[in-house]
Design a protein around this ligand. Structure first.
Ligand SMILES: [Zn+2]
Length: 89
């Protein structure tokens, strides 16, 4: 029996045949769901879909989009929001 934490279905699993011809199960954590725009729920581009420990190894520029609301809103919604804010002034 494997250790209790590996029985959880939050782990992905795959049958692997080793070079010594043994059948073993390999386990790994699933990738998180992709980030979505806060307004229109479209999947954001330029934001990697990896776990936080993998994010730590990336440069800041590879984790986010360098524009106002980058990583929160898509480009269309950002454009719309900025226009609205300019018209309010
Ligand atoms: Zn949007």
């Amino acid at each position: 029996m494997v250790e209790p934490k590996l029985r959880s279905r939050s782990f992905k699993r795959k049958h692997v045949v080793t070079p010594g011809n043994r059948n073993v199960l390999h386990y790994w954590r699933r990738n998180p769901s992709p980030l979505k725009c806060r307004l229109c729920k479209v999947v954001l581009k330029g934001i990697p879909r990896v776990r936080s420990n993998a994010l730590r190894q990336l440069a800041k520029s590879k984790k986010t989009v360098a524009r106002p609301y980058g990583g929160n809103l898509c480009s269309k919604c950002t454009r719309f929001l900025l226009k609205q804010k300019a018209r309010e002034l």
